[in-house]
Design a protein around this ligand. Structure first.
Ligand code: ZN
Ligand code: ZN
Length: 321
């Protein structure tokens, strides 16, 4: 162990805090959490992430598993779930909540307050561990703090997504558009992981300023204004920015070729085969030209990574034990 490594080790020991980690959402264990220990995570496809906290708890963000048509990670590959955070209740973010709850009955489910009932009706959920979220609400547990911030869905050329059932009630589709949340997770070691979704608009830059997430999962869509997105990233003071949801484009273009018209002219002509590569190059260039200070990291689907808070480096790692 060289001197620098020794110093870091001693510092981590001195800074370590003892917490009660609700292991398996039931058994209480006491364990030391080194300051800035960092997180393990994987991109499960589309807007989904699985985050493993320093306490060992697993957080699923927008899990779209068995029913996903691309980058599918099946539920049998998920070995633990303590929290589910749902940004909004469209199918590609919430289709599999019921199945996850059946496999992990103690999982705590966070969803917008207006969406809680439509989601429950849609999937016949057990509501005992449902947490209804409103803007700027904080939930603190022994293993993490969750903060919620109201956002807006990306604007659609279809209009307002308003679907009504035969009784005249709005279905989950409408609530998915109208009731969207960003989440900031703060782990016990201090690492801050942000989930950002929706439409970039100037008010969001003011709303989220100074949150300082170390790592932010950021929804990318051709419908967005990337200059404003850059302003939001800078206002939040994001350390590392990870794009997601862009893998939907080939499927969307195959089903709805007219959507190509929504893409910037700089990347045309587009096909389902070239859309990811061309759009992501365009997104990176536009964000860079607009002065985005965050570094950019593109995870491979399903691959486990470790995020080190002290160096803000992301590196491949094995699956958590
Ligand atoms: Zn949506
Ligand atoms: Zn979506």
């Amino acid at each position: 162990m060289n001197l620098l490594v020794m110093k870091r080790f001693v510092f981590a020991l001195l800074c370590s805090t003892f917490v009660h980690a609700a292991s398996g959402a039931g058994q209480e264990t006491t364990q030391a959490i080194a300051k800035d220990a960092g997180l393990d995570f994987r991109w499960t496809g589309n807007a989904g992430f699985e985050v493993v906290l320093p306490t060992g708890d697993h957080v699923l963000v927008d899990p779209w598993l068995d029913s996903a048509p691309y980058n599918k990670l099946t539920l049998d590959k998920v070995t633990r779930a303590d929290y589910i955070l749902i940004t909004h209740i469209h199918g590609d973010h919430a289709d599999d909540v019921k199945k996850i709850q059946e496999k992990f009955p103690k999982v705590r489910i966070f969803v917008g307050a207006l969406s809680a009932e439509p989601l429950t009706k849609w999937q016949n959920l057990n509501i005992a561990k449902l947490y209804k979220v409103i803007d700027r609400q904080e939930f603190e547990f022994d293993e993490l703090k969750i903060q919620a911030f109201a956002g807006r869905h990306t604007e659609s050329t279809f209009g307002n997504y308003c679907h009504w059932d035969e009784q005249g009630e709005m279905t989950h589709q409408s609530w998915g558009t109208m009731d969207l949340f960003h989440y900031l997770i703060t782990a016990k070691d201090g690492t801050r992981f942000m989930v950002w979704a929706g439409t970039p608009s100037v008010d969001t830059a003011y709303q989220l300023r100074g949150l300082k997430p170390d790592l932010a999962a950021v929804h990318i869509s051709p419908k967005q204004d990337f200059k404003i997105l850059s302003r939001i990233m800078n206002s939040m003071e994001v350390g590392v920015m990870m794009p997601h949801h862009y893998d939907a484009w080939p499927t969307i273009l195959r089903k709805m070729p007219a959507e190509i018209g929504n893409f910037p002219t700089e990347v045309q002509p587009l096909t389902p085969e070239n859309v990811i590569e061309k759009m992501m190059a365009y997104v990176r260039k536009t964000l860079s030209d607009a002065g985005t200070k965050a570094s950019f990291f593109t995870p491979e689907p399903h691959k486990w990574y470790h995020f080190d808070r002290a160096t803000r480096k992301v590196s491949p790692t094995g699956a958590p034990a």
